[in-house]
Write a protein that binds this ligand. Structure first.
Ligand code: ATP
Ligand code: MG
Length: 177
């Protein structure tokens, strides 16, 4: 797990502020993009240039945990030779007034069994995992009145994890088109 909430129980309550989703998601991926040179981490926040209330620090932590999982899933692929290059796509936007962040990878894919338990604390399939990464993400989304969704990547190879915030009341404050 990355960082400061090493104790799940110590996780702070959300302190929402008006934040631009595109900026926060872009900033959240900067460090991982430079530290993971063998994997392409693409970010598409072109539909996320709007402001709503969320906790920047917690959402940054959530994105960090998801990108770390994606990178580890790519490292876990059995025969690296002859495989497509590791690729992580981080997207953010809004659909039906629900802001979302979505991380798609071409790694090993989610385990077939106990999938709905992966976000429980201490559920891990990794030797060195704490199993807290997704539990923290889930808690963060609950703090925001939202949820966490785990799916197969649409290509059939890899995983897709989506964070959905609570639906925004109209009119939405869109910073630019
Ligand atoms: N992108 C992904 N691709 C495939 N499996 C995943 C992915 N993300 C999570 N998982 C599965 O969910 C499990 C739980 O993830 P979680 O982040 O909670 O813990 P962890 O990654 O194992 O440990 P830690 O986050 O402490 O390093 C992982 O062990 C893995 O089996
Ligand atoms: Mg993890």
């Amino acid at each position: 797990m990355v960082d400061e909430f090493s104790s799940f129980a110590r996780m702070p309550k959300a302190a929402p502020e008006s934040m631009n989703l595109a900026e926060v998601v872009k900033d959240a991926t900067v460090l991982q993009r430079v530290s993971t040179r063998d994997i392409d981490i693409d970010v598409d926040v072109s539909k996320a240039d709007f402001v709503f209330l969320f906790d920047r620090r917690l959402v940054t932590q959530a994105v960090t945990n998801l990108v770390k999982n994606a990178a580890e899933a790519i490292d876990g692929r059995a025969h690296k030779d002859g495989l497509e290059r590791g690729h992580v796509l981080v997207e953010a936007g809004i659909e039906h007034h629900v802001p979302f962040i979505r991380v798609t990878d071409n790694g090993v894919g989610l385990p077939k069994e106990n999938r709905n338990r992966l976000s429980e604390p201490y559920m891990t399939t990794r030797e060195k995992g704490t199993g807290l990464g997704l539990a923290i993400v889930k808690r963060i989304m609950e703090e925001h009145g939202g949820r966490l969704r785990l799916q197969d990547a649409p290509s059939g190879i890899g995983a897709r994890v989506t964070l959905e915030f609570s639906r925004l009341p109209e009119p939405l404050l869109v910073a630019s088109a």
